[in-house]
Design a protein. Structure first.
Length: 200
């Protein structure tokens, strides 16, 4: 059994809850908001592949490799995206945060930063993780900037380690935050959110 267990996390009007097929229609609508599947360097499925995307996430969850969340706008109940803990290593208390995408209408808002704060807080302060990591396509410059803005350290590049959805082979950029770095990172992220008028 994975040391990551079902949980709901909430802050600043954003709710993370375990992803299930009850989120199918909402997640499909989020995917269609901006036709996100056209971005070749992301994990976003096509609109008619969202059911299989959820199946895969749930099956990986049963194996203890991934725990996926639906990202929900709390006031309206609208599904606005998804994110996951993945590549979960219980023995060394390490998780990665990824499989993250949001409806275009909530991009460049506080939503992503809030989700990262929720997931990092839970990982370090409840799960007692030693390390939380991130990975992204070498050509996903937007994602790299977002990860670096959090304060994560760049670990390096793994060359030729995965297929993109168009079957080209990608290089992967790896980042991480250690438990000793977390207090400063938390203060930094909290400060970023305060610029949106959001207090801790």
């Amino acid at each position: 059994m994975s040391f990551v267990q079902p949980v709901q996390l909430s802050k600043h009007g954003v709710l993370l809850e375990p992803l299930t097929h009850e989120h199918l229609y909402g997640l499909t609508a989020a995917c269609q908001d901006g036709e996100l599947w056209k971005i070749r360097v992301t994990s976003t499925p096509k609109a008619d592949e969202v059911k299989q995307y959820i199946n895969t996430a749930c099956n990986q969850g049963l194996l203890g490799h991934r725990f996926a969340f639906a990202v929900i706008e709390k006031d309206t109940g609208q599904v606005i995206g998804t994110t996951s803990y993945h590549d979960i290593l219980a023995d060394v208390k390490r998780v990665e945060i990824g499989y993250t995408w949001y409806a275009q209408s909530v991009q460049r808002t506080h939503v992503n930063t809030t989700c990262k704060l929720l997931l990092l807080e839970h990982a370090f302060e409840t799960l007692n993780c030693n390390t939380v990591a991130f990975r992204t396509d070498i050509f996903n410059f937007k994602s790299q900037r977002a990860i670096e803005r959090l304060g994560a350290k760049k670990d390096g590049i793994i060359r030729g380690n995965a297929f993109r959805k168009d079957n080209t082979i990608r290089d992967t950029v790896m980042y991480s935050i250690s438990s000793s770095e977390w207090p400063d990172i938390k203060a930094h992220i909290t400060d970023l959110l305060s610029r949106h008028g959001l207090n801790a």
